[in-house]
Design a protein around this ligand. Sequence first.
Ligand code: FE
Length: 295
Amino acid sequence: MRTTRAVTEIVPTHIVREGGGFKVRRPYRMGRVMSPFLLIDEMGPVNYGPGEALGAPWHPHRGFETVTYLLEGRMRHEDSAGNSGELNPGDVQWMTAGRGIIHCEEPQEEFLRTGGKTHGFQIWVNLPSSHKMMEPRYQEVPSSESPVVEQDGVWARVIAGECMGATSSIDTKIPITLIHVRMGTGARLIQQFEPDLNGMIYVFGGEIALENKMQVKVNPMAFGIGAKQQIQDGELALLSEGDEIMIKSKSDSEFLILAGPELNEPIERYGPFVMNTREEIHQALSDYRNGTFLS
Ligand code: FE
């Protein structure tokens, strides 16, 4: 028998400043509750005047992956491994920091000069302890190459994993699903999952509701412990286990579907380093200070 996922908890968001001072919208609760995701930051939307756009100047990372997905605006990046490039709307950059990378994420020069709207996401995906010290790597998927599917009022870009028959080329060490969805009022989407993966939905436009095909027959307390099944703009919904989610859009809506395994390992975070123990954090700091971080 297939089981349908329900909302178990709604995590609200708040606005914080990151990097060089840019505004992000971020769920109040992070870390273990979102495993394997460490951070889901919605950058903007913000309208910059000429010369105002902000970024994150040179900084290190170790022990996890950063995923940057741009919806509007233009950014450029550069890193200690000699990679550099531009991010335009719809582009995805999946950076595995592994044992260490130093990079900068800044507005593209011309965009900085003219100003404009910036909107996007930076998502931190944890690595299991066995891969925290892996070789750093970059995977970039320009919007022209990313799998996009559209049917019956549902539009989806598959950043990682699979949706409506489209599969992402992004390679991950643990199974990750990351899908950007836009739906028209009344449209429906059924998304399949491996039943034991943690699943969540972050809504950043409009409102959706999760439906349950067994609602009538089953004690509602068994689903979502009585949590409301509507998810609105600026809410992160944590989902129960199950084989699929059934989404109905209550308005024109826009959201991310995220899923991945419970890592079930301790998380020690200090700024841009995410390891399992304090000793590993101390090691990262001393490696960074004494110049052996990248070797
Ligand atoms: Fe970074």
